[in-house]
Design a protein around this ligand. Structure first.
Ligand code: PPS
Length: 575
């Protein structure tokens, strides 16, 4: 018995089964159907298995889902804010019935767990969206993304864990709720404030956390969420190395670092309740979310999904059931003359405040400029500089989108030649037609196939970018959500520039170089973009070019100028 806060629901769940049962499962599982679990569900699975999601013992069924979405409680009355479901594709759902066993595999095919199927059901995704975002409006980027990702079916049932998901990175920093609780007991920590963040911590956030922990009379657990970091994601390692570089700067015996395998849901205030529960299960009595509502930025826009006021309100409302105290983060700013950080609302009238935002840090890294000492520790700055080459040495994707015949390929080809002339980076052209004869030769033009085609292009472009090359892509890419997905795939690896070749349908059709518009009008080619299939204009294009009345040279120059302005090529290169 320890003196720590009780886990949510009373006891800490551990779903790992013993060796005998594992042998039995291995023997029988050869005949069981199995599914590969994607990165988000893998996080849920890890937290289910290790008790981070106590008292849940499996994936939710329709009754709990309904109760959670509409009333924020499980059927048994326990506070639970968001659905935890195992979504499966139609073909998997079709082959399953109650009483079956479904094996869950990681991307390498290792069986991690088994679900005893209690129900195969169709979640109400609109209700889910309302729980997550407070709205089911399709125009809300979080809702659009959620619905885009969701499948029609889910499988519910208790989980038997065979092994937790494998992590090769920072194992010593990945303590489970059980291990962390043991550690706290050994250290004599009883009041622990979790600080949850997805950003690098600089001096301001450090000062704020130290002060808040002191006020609460608590020790501090720096608990960054690392759920969706990919193995090849350089930023992930940089971020963790920065935390490691920072930790010695906390007062002695005050703070520890641990990584939390949780995937942000891009949700509203209810996500804060889920986070509070997870931290509570990890033995924390207090909980603070990074200033911008860490982990809850909208993936599409990067904007905070909920303000900390909203989070505070909902957490206060359920404070008794939670038992975790929410500590509101406040902005700390640097007062130049006092050479120290103070809360932003305590700045004296004549006080000169120094401030640098994340964008400015990024710009300084891109340009190879210094990050000032007052802002961050030199050890942290060194880590950042080490892994952020200046922009003109980074990989880059230039992604053209536009109607057939809009001039994408022409500009893309000319850009390729120009960049080769400049030299310094390898250049790969992933033109629409080229990709369709090689990478995507079996695909047609349904929405599903187009999305798959663009995702493949995005994957290749991200790899080229990661390796420091330039990928020039020129598909039609008519759908907004999947274009944003590509941006998200590429940006952690280097630069991403979206060029909308906005030449009007009338002009494209009048050119009709391949005679396809005529065939589309005659109904010979079905689902033709602009004629019988949609084209969603991008709202996030970095460059927009209408090729009507503009020569290919001029159009290419516009892109080059943008690349130069952004520092991807140097002015002198561009000549
Ligand atoms: S997509 O939507 O991004 O997957 O399309 P993409 O891979 O760029 O392929 C577009 C080229 O395929 C030819 N083509 C069609 N385009 C649109 N709709 C239909 N139904 C279609 N069928 C064939 C067309 O020539 C496009 O080439 P470009 O170079 O864009 O003119």
């Amino acid at each position: 018995m320890d003196n720590l806060i009780s886990p949510h629901g009373g006891s800490l769940i551990d779903l790992l089964v013993d060796e005998d049962r594992i042998a039995e499962i291995r023997e029988q599982s050869r005949d069981w159907p199995s599914v590969d679990v994607g990165p988000r569900r893998l996080c849920d699975l890890e937290l289910l298995i290790n008790g981070g999601y106590s008292p849940l013992e499996g994936f939710m069924g329709s009754a709990d889902h309904e109760a959670v979405c509409s009333g924020m409680h499980l059927v048994d009355g326990t506070l639970w804010p968001l659905p935890v479901t195992l979504d499966v594709a139609d073909e998997v759902a079709e082959g399953l019935s109650e009483g079956d066993s479904l094996a869950l595999r990681d991307p390498e095919g290792v069986v991690l767990a088994v679900v005893r199927v209690a129900e195969v059901w169709q979640p109400d995704r609109d209700a889910e969206a309302r729980a997550l975002f407070g709205t089911d409006e399709r125009s809300h980027p979080g809702v659009a993304q959620h619905l885009h990702r969701a499948t029609g079916w889910a499988v519910a049932g208790p989980v038997e864990g065979i092994q937790p998901p494998v992590h090769y990175d920072y194992r010593e920093l990945r303590l489970t709720p059980h291990e962390l609780r043991n550690k706290f007991t050994r250290l004599g920590w009883r009041r622990v404030m979790a600080f949850q963040t997805h950003r690098t911590i600089h001096r301001a956030a450090q000062a704020m956390t130290v002060e808040a922990a002191r006020d609460a009379g608590a020790n501090l657990l720096i608990h960054p969420i690392v759920g969706l970091s990919q193995p090849g994601d350089a930023d992930h390692y940089t971020r963790i190395r920065c935390y490691q570089a920072l930790m010695p700067h906390y007062p002695k015996f005050m703070a520890r670092l641990n990584l939390l395998p949780m995937a942000p849901r891009g949700g509203g205030p209810r996500e804060a309740v889920l986070q509070a529960i997870v931290h509570k299960n990890h033995g924390c009595t207090h909980f603070m979310v990074d200033f911008d509502g860490a982990g809850s930025v909208l993936e599409t826009t990067g904007a905070p999904a909920y303000g900390s006021d909203e989070a505070a309100e909902i957490l206060a409302e359920h404070a008794d059931e939670l038992g975790v105290e929410f500590v509101k983060a406040h902005e700390a700013v640097y007062l130049e003359h006092r050479k120290r950080f103070v809360p932003a609302d305590e700045v004296p009238e004549d006080g000169r405040v120094l401030r640098i935002g994340a964008d400015e840090v990024r710009r300084r890294l891109d340009d190879g400029r210094e990050i000032p000492d007052w802002y961050t520790y030199p050890e942290v700055a060194r880590e950042l500089h080490r892994t952020h080459p200046t922009r003109d040495a980074q990989g880059l994707t230039v992604f053209f989108t536009g109607l057939s015949g809009s001039g994408k390929s022409t500009i893309a080809n000319a850009l390729r030649v120009k960049l080769l002339e400049i030299g310094g980076r390898g250049v790969t052209l992933l033109d629409g037609d080229l990709v369709r004869t090689n990478l995507s030769s079996e695909l047609g033009f349904s929405k599903e196939h187009r999305d798959l085609n663009i995702r493949r292009i995005g994957f290749v472009a991200a790899e080229i970018t990661r390796a420091g090359g330039v990928a020039i892509c020129a598909p039609i890419a008519p759908y907004d959500v999947v274009r944003r997905e590509v941006r998200e795939m590429v940006e952690p690896c280097g630069g991403f520039v979206l060029v909308h070749v906005s030449t009007s349908l009338e002009v494209c059709e009048s050119r009709d170089r391949k005679g396809m518009y005529a065939k589309a009008r005659a109904g010979i080619i079905k689902e033709f973009t602009g004629i019988s299939d949609p084209y969603e204009k991008p709202g996030d294009a970095d460059v927009v070019i209408d090729t009507e009345g503009v020569t290919p040279d001029e159009a290419t120059r516009e892109v080059l100028l943008f690349l130069e302005r952004q520092g991807y090529i140097s002015a002198q290169d561009e000549g």
